[in-house]
Design a protein around this ligand. Structure first.
Ligand code: GLN
Length: 305
């Protein structure tokens, strides 16, 4: 891959006017306290070269980015049968919307919105013994970092105000989509969202989704190349909730955002990228993160389109 250090420097300069646009996720007390002025970015080529800028070594709460990793584990465990529990269609609604779930009788549109991810947690609890340990080992193996862990302070902070996710869990239980105990499933869900990683960790973890040439086998989770490509398709269509169209239009790479301000994305067979900036737009996506990715694919003239 050609050296893109100069491009990353240009991006930092060009996103500067957005520095005070948006706000940190105020509905989770811990996230509201994060320094909103952080910005980090790491691009990792398939060969393992890293190009970085800013706060790329500082861990942050990956929040919904984890949904890609948990559905990867569930798809590895259950294969195509997984899609009988959760759909693969974009929702066009907010990540934490409950309206569609009632209209569609408790089957979530996709695994990258909260309702779908809560079902994925239920599947994992049902199918994988010692699941919290196995899941974090999978994440560590993907990122090549044995120090990655759940952050129980963040998980408790979210659980203390997690009324909407609890309502979603209860509705899923009412419709029979959720098999396990609602509180237990939500506990695992909040723990997953609390995992802290830095941009380098995330870029390495997602590089395996960019790599369509080698076997995907990490921490006991195996996916075929076709399985990996299909997860990328779900990232492209569902990774940004009701902002998925705008994201596809502006950035053009399969990716996933989280309300911690992180975004991870991949360019198939070329590179993975992670960016972090805590100020979010009204749809829960990082303002500067989106702009930085838009500039990256524009300046390099490479996207999936
Ligand atoms: N833990 C967050 C929630 O459930 C994750 C949302 C997100 O990152 N979009 O609300």
């Amino acid at each position: 891959m050609t050296d893109i250090t100069a491009i990353l420097q240009e991006i930092v300069t060009e996103i500067e006017p957005l520095r005070s646009v948006g706000a940190t996720a105020s509905y989770i007390p811990f996230l509201q306290r994060v320094d909103p002025n952080k910005f980090g970015m790491c691009v990792r080529s398939l060969e393992g070269e890293e190009f970085t800028v800013g706060d790329c070594d500082e861990p942050f709460s990956i929040q919904s980015i984890v949904k890609v990793l948990s559905v990867a584990m569930a798809r590895g465990v259950m294969g195509e049968e997984l899609w009988q529990r959760v759909g693969i269609e974009p929702s066009g609604n907010a990540f934490n919307s409950i309206i569609q779930l009632e209209i569609e009788k408790g089957v979530p549109r996709n695994p990258l919105i909260n309702a779908g991810a809560i079902v994925v947690c239920d599947v994992l609890l049902e199918k994988v013994s010692d699941v919290e340990k196995r899941f974090i080992e999978f994440v560590r193996a993907l990122a090549g970092n044995p120090n990655i862990d759940y952050n129980l302070e963040i998980a408790e902070s979210e659980a203390s105000v997690g009324y909407l996710n609890k309502a979603i869990g209860n509705m899923l239980k009412y419709y029979g989509t959720l098999k396990g105990d609602v509180d237990r499933v939500l506990d695992f869900y909040f723990k997953q969202c609390s995992i802290c990683m830095n941009c380098r960790d995330l870029a390495q973890a997602f590089s395996h989704f960019a790599n369509h040439n080698e076997a995907f086998s990490f921490g006991g989770v195996e996916l075929t190349r076709s399985g990996v490509k299909r997860l990328n398709a779900i990232m492209q269509t569902c990774g940004f909730y009701n902002g998925a169209g705008e994201y596809s239009y502006r950035v053009g790479l399969p990716g996933k955002s989280g309300v911690g301000g992180g975004i991870a994305a991949i360019c198939p067979n070329r590179y993975s990228v992670a960016v972090w900036s805590p100020r979010l737009d009204s749809k829960g996506n990082s303002v500067m993160g989106l702009k930085a990715l838009e500039l990256l694919t524009t300046k390099t003239s490479v996207s999936i389109f």
